[in-house]
Design a protein. Structure first.
Length: 295
C-alpha cells in the first residue's frame, strides 16, 4: 500500500478561505479581531513561526501587534507587557511564543494571560475546561491535528490512537481531545514517551499514529502496521549541503519508508505546520466574537 498524502496546506487554505469571509462579515459590524504576539530572544525557528503567524493575520484581515523583545528582557517586563495586552480592547488573543529564554518562568507568563484571550489554550483554566469537555480555546497544534483527521475522513471513534510524545503543547492535550465522549473523540488512546518500554510494540497497534517528539526517524517502517494513518508533528532541521540555507526540514517519521505501509500520512513541511497557524486564527476570531457578545 502506498499512502495518500494529506495536504495540510490545502486543508489550511480551505479553512482560511472560510475564515476570511467571516472576518470580512465581522468588519462590516465594526469588529476587527486582534492578535498580540510576543517573542523573546533570537531563536531563528521561533522568529520564522511568528513571521508566518503575522502574515496569516494580514492575509485574513486580523489586526496584529508584533512585540519582539531582546533575550535579556526581564520576567517583570514581560509580565507588564502581558498585563497591558490583557487590558487592551483591540487585542482578542495573546500569543507568547515558546520556548522562552531559560531565565524566565514560563508557567508564570502563561498563567498571567487572561483566559478570555488565551488563544493558545495553554492557561490552566483552558486546559482544565478541555479535560472536562467544556467549550474553551483548544491548543492550536492538537486542534489542527484533529481537523486534519476529520477533513481527511479518518474514523476516530473506536480507533486506537497511539501518540508518541507527552508534551503540554501536543501529546497531553491531543490525548485528552481524542478520548472525549464526543462526535470528534471516542478513541482509545495510548500515550508513549521516553520511558515507554518497547515503543514499537505500542506503535504497531496503532490505527492512527501521531509522532510528536522532535527527533528525526523516531518512527520507522517496521514500527507501523499496514493501513495506519500517520500524523507527523515533528519539525526538525537536518544539515543538507544541497540546500541554499544549509538544512532541510524533516519530521519524526521516516516518511519515504512509512508511506509505503500507511493509508494516509502527513508530510513535513506542508502537513501539520500550516494547520497550527490556521487554528490560531480560528481561535482569535472566536475570541473577538465572544468579546463582542456574538460568540
Ligand atoms: N512553540 C511551539 N509551538 C507553539 C505553539 O503552538 N504556541 C506557542 N505560543 N509557542 C509554540
Amino acid at each position: 500500500m502506498t499512502a495518500k498524502i494529506i495536504d495540510g496546506k490545502q486543508v489550511a487554505a480551505d479553512i482560511r478561505a472560510e475564515l476570511k469571509d467571516e472576518v470580512a462579515g465581522l468588519a462590516k459590524q465594526g469588529i476587527v479581531p486582534g492578535l498580540g504576539v510576543i517573542l523573546v530572544g533570537d531563536d531563528p525557528a521561533s522568529h520564522s513561526y511568528v513571521t508566518a503567524k503575522e502574515r496569516a493575520c494580514e492575509e485574513l484581515g486580523i489586526y496584529s501587534e508584533d512585540n519582539r523583545l531582546p533575550a535579556e528582557t526581564t520576567q517583570d517586563e514581560l509580565m507588564a507587557l502581558v498585563g497591558k495586552m490583557n487590558a487592551d480592547p483591540r487585542i482578542n488573543g495573546i500569543l507568547v511564543q515558546l520556548p522562552l529564554p531559560k531565565h524566565m518562568n514560563e508557567s508564570e507568563v502563561l498563567f498571567g494571560i487572561d483566559p478570555a484571550k488565551d488563544v493558545d489554550g495553554f492557561h490552566p483554566v483552558s486546559v482544565g475546561k478541555m479535560v472536562v469537555g467544556e467549550e474553551t480555546f483548544l491548543s492550536c497544534t492538537p486542534h489542527g491535528v484533529l481537523h486534519l483527521l476529520l477533513r481527511s475522513g479518518v474514523t476516530i471513534e473506536g480507533s486506537h490512537v497511539v501518540i508518541v510524545g507527552r508534551s503540554n503543547i501536543v501529546g497531553k492535550p491531543l490525548a485528552n481531545m481524542l478520548v472525549q465522549k464526543s462526535s470528534t473523540g471516542n478513541a482509545t488512546v495510548t500515550v508513549c514517551h521516553t520511558r515507554t518500554k518497547d515503543l514499537a510494540e505500542h506503535t504497531r497497534q496503532a490505527d492512527i499514529l501521531v509522532a510528536a517528539v522532535g527527533r528525526p526517524n523516531t518512527i520507522t517502517a517496521d514500527m507501523v502496521q499496514d493501513g495506519v494513518a500517520v500524523i507527523d508533528v515533528g519539525v526538525n532541521r537536518v544539515d543538507d549541503a544541497t540546500k541554499k540555507r544549509g538544512y532541510r526540514l524533516v519530521g519524526d517519521v521516516d516518511f519515504e519508508a512509512v508511506k509505503e505501509k500507511a493509508s494516509l500520512i502527513t508530510p513535513v513541511p506542508g502537513g501539520v505546520g500550516p494547520m497550527t497557524i490556521t487554528m490560531l486564527m480560528v481561535n482569535t476570531v472566536e475570541s473577538a466574537k465572544r468579546a463582542a457578545g456574538i460568540g
